[in-house]
Structure formats: structure tokens, C-alpha cells
Design a protein around this ligand. Structure first.
Ligand code: PHE
Length: 348
């Protein structure tokens, strides 16, 4: 019996020394000290011995019991202490780096454009993305019957839906704006002449999508109204802006272009900065990239804005910001901008 006890004591001490976590410790506690534990069993066995044996062995067994309880207690303290240490926070250690996002390339270009235009005395305006048919077309000299409506594939909003949400008495003709030009009219009505403004914003077209066309993209509209505004004013402002963005002198090419809200109207090309005009895949070997629609504001548009066309004239332009960003950074697919693909976005 004595040997048994000593063997068990050694076994227990060995195990306690190895124990590392609270669960393992609890298992040992149950295994040896529990109701059916090994040590408990031996101690219980003592009561069945003769009085003589009880005397000597009982004392010995009691000593071992006390000793082992003590070791269990100490081991428990150590283990619980080390558990506590796992949660100890050393505030002086360097923290985990939180990944930071950054500004989208389109927004970067837009911010640069805004800085350039404010430095030339233009104000920055905003307008609604869900626009009335009137501002998007009618007021811009594009009546409902006119074939010019076909130039911009439009997302028309179901009028029954619009009526349901806006009250039955109103008939609302709403479209997702196809360009930022409606803000020309809104601004003229609000501020009158003279006026110098740009409107960066998102526009929508029901378009077949490919590397050069997306259904959702960004434009920057420009409008300058004063006495005696001419095409010379237009080209000098555009040159200043494009050279500022592309960080090099640019050449402009004006071709006649039809937009109902300007007269005369132009398509404006910029010399390809990727191949410096020699010809490359980006400019389809032409050396020029189409970048803007522009012209002198049509008298009907000035009238719709409440401005006297006999006294004032103005220029307007609309530029594709995606296209400008593509040229600035050498991006070959417009779909990347709305893709949310981090492999693309991280490059800027
Ligand atoms: N709004 C025209 C478009 O989106 C561009 C434009 C703006 C043309 C202003 C002339 C003047 O195609």
C-alpha cells in the first residue's frame, strides 16, 4: 500500500509538472482527486485495514494527501496566472497596421480639374443625377420630336413609377441624366450672367459596353458667359486645363461637330500624349484623341436660362473625365473604373 502511494505520488507530481493549460489541469484534478479519483480510491481503501496498519499508513497517507493538495493548489495558481498573462496588453508594442484606402483615380483627376478651374476663377457646381426631361433635353434645344435625342441612349424612368412616388397630380418625365449639360440651364436660371462654372458629375447612358463605353461614367461640364465671349476664350481655357492635367503642352484640333445646344459646335481632339502624336493603339494610329464636345452657347439655350442672347454670349464644353484619366495614366479599358478591382485601384 505504501509503495502504491509513493508510486502514485510520483506519477501525480510528474503530470503536474507537465501540465500547461487549465483544461489539462482540471482533467488531472478529476483523475486523481475526484470522487472516483485514483488517490481518493487508495485513501478510501485505508479504512478497511487493521488498526495497526491504519496507524502507520494512515499518517503517511495523510501527509501525502496534504502535500499533493498543496502542489495542486500551487500549480493551479501558476496556470491561472499564465492565462491572465495571455490577455495582458503591452501598450508600448507597435500596433497592427490598418490598411488604408485611397482616392479613386477618377476622383483624383476630378480634384485636380477642380483646382485648375478654381485657379482660373470658375465656380464648381453640382446637379441632380435623376433629371427632368426638360433640363436634360428640352431646355438644351432638343425637343421631344427631334432626332438629336437619338444621339444619347437614355435611361427613361417609368412615369407611372415616378407618379406613384411623387403624388398623382404631377406628371413627371424623369431620366437618368445623359450628360452634365442640364446644369448649364439650372446655373443660368439661378445666377444669371456673367458666369464661369464647371460641373463634375456622373452621367448614365443605356449603352452597349466595351473597352471604350460604359453605362455609367463621369463628365466635366464647363460654361462661361459674358459679353464678347469667343472661340478664342474656349481654346485658351481648354489648353490651360489640359496642359495642367497632362503635365505637358498640348495641341488641340477642332472639328465641326453637331450638338443642338451650341452653335457653332465642335469635337475637340488632343494630340495623343502616349505616342506624342506619332500613332499608337490608344489613338488608333491617328495621333489624336477625341476628348471634348464644345461650342458657343446656342441663343435658345441662353434664353431658356433667362439670359439675353443679344447682350451675352458664351462657350460651353463637356469632357469625358474617364477618357482623360485613361489618357493621363495609360489605361486601356474604361470598365476598370467601376470594377472595384483592387489590383487595378492599388496602382494609383
Ligand atoms: N453634353 C455633350 C455630350 O455629352 C457634350 C457637350 C457639352 C457638347 C457642352 C457641347 C457643349 O455629348
Amino acid at each position: 500500500m505504501k509503495e502504491k502511494l509513493e508510486k502514485l505520488k510520483k506519477e501525480i507530481l510528474d503530470n503536474l509538472e507537465k501540465v500547461k493549460n487549465p483544461d489539462a489541469f482540471r482533467n488531472l484534478e478529476v483523475k486523481y482527486l475526484g470522487r472516483k479519483g485514483k488517490l481518493t480510491k487508495i485513501l478510501k481503501g485505508i479504512s478497511g485495514l487493521s488498526v495497526e496498519e491504519k496507524k502507520t499508513l494512515g499518517k503517511f497517507a495523510n501527509e501525502i494527501k496534504v502535500e499533493l493538495r498543496d502542489v495542486f493548489k500551487k500549480t493551479k495558481e501558476i496556470i491561472e496566472g499564465s492565462v491572465g498573462r495571455e490577455y495582458f496588453v503591452d501598450v508600448t508594442l507597435p500596433g497592427k497596421k490598418i490598411k488604408k484606402g485611397h482616392i479613386h483615380p477618377i476622383t483624383q483627376v476630378q480634384n485636380e480639374l477642380e483646382d485648375l478651374f478654381t485657379s482660373m476663377g470658375f465656380i464648381i457646381l453640382d446637379g441632380p443625377e435623376l433629371e427632368s426631361d426638360y433640363y436634360n433635353f428640352e431646355a438644351l434645344n432638343i425637343p421631344a420630336h427631334h432626332p438629336a435625342r437619338d444621339m444619347q441612349d437614355t435611361f427613361y424612368i417609368d412615369p407611372s413609377y415616378a407618379k406613384a412616388s411623387e403624388g398623382k397630380q404631377k406628371k413627371l418625365d424623369l431620366v437618368m441624366r445623359t450628360h452634365t449639360s442640364p446644369v448649364q440651364i439650372r446655373a443660368m436660371q439661378k445666377y444669371g450672367a456673367p458666369l464661369k462654372l464647371v460641373v463634375p458629375g456622373r452621367v448614365f447612358r443605356s449603352e452597349d459596353i466595351d473597352a471604350n463605353h460604359d453605362h455609367t461614367f463621369y463628365q466635366l461640364e464647363g460654361l462661361m458667359i459674358d459679353e464678347n465671349i469667343s472661340i478664342a476664350n474656349l481654346t485658351s481655357v481648354l489648353k490651360e486645363m489640359l496642359s495642367g492635367i497632362l503635365k505637358q503642352e498640348v495641341k488641340l484640333r477642332l472639328r465641326p461637330g453637331y450638338f443642338p445646344f451650341v452653335e457653332p459646335g465642335f469635337e475637340i481632339d488632343v494630340n495623343c500624349t502616349i505616342c506624342t502624336g506619332k500613332g499608337c493603339p490608344s489613338c488608333k494610329n491617328g495621333g489624336w484623341l477625341e476628348m471634348l464636345g464644345a461650342g458657343l452657347v446656342h441663343p435658345n439655350v441662353l434664353k431658356a436660362g433667362g439670359i439675353d442672347p443679344k447682350k451675352y454670349s458664351g462657350f460651353a464644353f463637356g469632357m469625358g473625365v474617364n477618357r482623360l484619366a485613361m489618357m493621363k495614366y495609360g489605361i486601356d479599358d474604361i470598365r476598370l473604373f467601376n470594377s472595384g478591382d483592387l489590383r487595378f485601384l492599388k496602382q494609383f
